[in-house]
Design a protein around this ligand. Structure first.
Ligand SMILES: *Cc1c(COP(=O)(O)O)cnc(C)c1O
Length: 391
C-alpha cells in the first residue's frame, strides 16, 4: 500500500483542496524546505499569513512565552495579550472597540452582525441589507458566501443567508438605485480585491462611496483580511485611500501564523454590542494575541517603507517583461497577468523552487513583509523565466 503523505491525505482528508504535490517540513523566514531538503523561496506566506516568515524567532518567542504562562482561559476572565492587542489596534487606526474571533470569515460575520444591529437599533429591522461588490471575496460560511459577489462560490450551497446584494465596483449609481427601495445597513468592500484577481478599487470611487455612506448613515465596512497588517505598504489598505471606515475586519497576516480574526468598530458602532450579543470560545486566545502583538509592534514606518520599496522593485523587474501583460496591486500584494495560464506557471514555479499563488487568472504574490531583497529578486527571476516560457 502506498503510504506517502499524498496517499494518506487523499484517504482521510475531506477533498476540499486541490493541493500541489509538495510537503513542507520546516522553514526559516522566506525559505521553506521539503523532507528531502528541497529549498523553496516562499512568495505566498501561507496566503498572506506568515507576515514575518516561517518560524520567525520574535513571533515564536512571544508565542512560547505565553504558552508557558497560560494558553487559554475563555472570555469569562481577563488575560493581558488580548487587551494589549486591542489597545494597539485602536491606537494605530482610530477605531474604538475590537471583537476577536479566529478567522477572516468570522471577523466578517461579526461586522455583519454589528451593522445589522446598528441599523436595527436606529431605523428598525427592515434596514438590514448588506451591499457588497461583484468579484469580492468575504469568506466561506453561508453568510460570508452570501456576501461574496462571485456566483461560482454559491452554486452548490443555496439557499444562502438572505439580505445581501452585490453591485459592480466603481458604480455608485447602482448602489443609489438599490437604495431607492430603502437604505442598506452597510456596504462592505475590499480596497484591493484579493481572491478576485488582485484588483484595486479606484480611489475616487472609494472616497465617493465613503462620503455617500457617511451622508446616509450607512456603515462602511472594509474587509482587510488579506490587505491588512502592512501587506499593501500601509498598516491597513484603506489608509492608502484617505478614507475612514466605520468597521474594519482583519485576519490572515495579523496572527503571523496562528488563527485570529479581528473586527474593529469605529465611533458610530463602538457601543453596538451588549453582553450576550456575540461571542467566540477561542476568540482573543492569549497565545494567538501574544503572537499578534509581536507582529503589529514591528509593522512600523520603516517596515512599511520597505514593503513599498520591495513592491516597486518587483514592479520594475516585471513590468513589460516577456510573457507578462500587466502588474496589479500595492506593496507586497501583487498580481501578475501573464500570457500563459497562471495555474500552469505556478505549478512550474513550484517545481523550480518558488512558492507562489494564483488569484483568478493571475499569479499572486504575498511574500513575507520582511523578505530579504535578494530572495525576492531570485524568486522573481524564476517567475519571469516561467512566464517567458523558458525551461
Ligand atoms: C481570506 C479572506 C477571507 C476569509 O478568511 P478565512 O480566514 O479563510 O475565513 C475573507 N476576506 C478576504 C478579503 C480574504 O482574503
Amino acid at each position: 500500500m502506498d503510504n506517502s503523505i499524498f496517499e494518506r491525505d487523499s484517504r482521510y482528508i475531506a477533498g476540499t483542496y486541490g493541493r500541489f504535490p509538495v510537503e513542507i517540513v520546516r522553514g526559516e523566514g522566506s525559505l521553506a524546505y521539503g523532507p528531502d531538503g528541497k529549498r523553496y523561496i516562499d512568495l505566498g506566506s501561507g496566503i498572506g499569513v506568515t507576515s514575518f516568515g516561517i518560524s520567525d524567532p520574535v513571533w515564536r518567542d512571544a508565542v512560547v512565552r505565553q504558552l508557558y504562562a497560560v494558553q487559554h482561559m475563555s472570555n469569562l476572565y481577563y488575560t493581558d495579550p488580548c487587551v494589549a492587542l486591542a489597545e494597539r489596534l485602536c491606537e494605530r487606526t482610530g477605531m474604538k472597540k475590537v471583537f476577536f474571533s479566529n478567522s477572516g470569515a468570522e471577523a466578517n460575520e461579526c461586522a455583519i452582525k454589528a451593522a445589522r444591529k446598528y441599523a436595527a437599533d436606529r431605523y428598525g429591522e427592515q434596514r438590514h441589507l448588506i451591499v457588497t461588490l461583484k468579484n469580492s471575496f468575504h469568506g466561506r460560511t453561508l453568510t460570508t458566501l452570501a456576501a461574496t459577489g462571485q456566483d461560482r462560490f454559491h452554486t452548490l450551497f443555496r439557499p444562502l443567508t438572505p439580505g445581501f446584494a452585490s453591485v459592480a465596483a466603481g458604480d455608485l449609481e447602482a448602489l443609489e438605485k438599490i437604495s431607492e427601495d430603502g437604505l442598506p445597513a452597510a456596504v462592505m468592500v475590499e480596497c484591493i480585491q484579493g481572491e478576485g484577481g488582485v484588483i484595486p478599487l479606484d480611489g475616487g470611487y472609494l472616497r465617493a462611496l465613503s462620503a455617500w455612506c457617511a451622508k446616509n448613515d450607512v456603515l462602511l465596512a472594509v474587509d482587510e483580511v488579506q490587505t491588512g497588517n502592512g501587506r499593501t505598504g500601509a498598516l491597513y489598505s484603506y489608509m492608502n485611500f484617505g478614507i475612514m471606515p466605520d468597521i474594519v475586519t482583519t485576519a490572515k497576516g495579523l496572527g503571523g501564523g496562528l488563527p485570529i480574526g479581528a473586527t474593529l468598530l469605529g465611533e458610530k458602532c463602538a457601543g453596538v454590542f451588549s453582553p450576550g450579543d456575540h461571542g467566540s470560545t477561542f476568540g482573543g486566545n492569549p497565545v494567538c494575541c501574544a503572537g499578534a502583538v509581536s507582529i503589529i509592534d514591528r509593522i512600523d514606518d520603516e517596515l512599511l517603507a520597505g514593503v513599498r520599496e520591495k513592491g516597486e522593485m518587483l514592479r520594475k523587474i516585471m513590468e513589460g517583461a516577456p510573457g507578462v501583460s500587466g502588474i496589479s496591486g500595492m506593496g507586497l500584494m501583487l498580481g501578475i497577468a501573464c500570457e500563459r495560464p497562471a495555474a500552469e506557471c505556478v505549478r512550474e514555479c513550484i517545481d523550480r523552487g518558488v512558492l507562489c499563488l494564483t488569484a483568478k487568472d493571475r499569479i499572486r504574490l504575498l511574500p513575507a513583509l520582511n523578505i530579504p531583497s535578494d530572495l525576492l529578486r531570485e524568486g522573481a527571476e524564476v517567475i519571469l523565466s516561467v512566464c517567458a516560457g523558458k525551461h
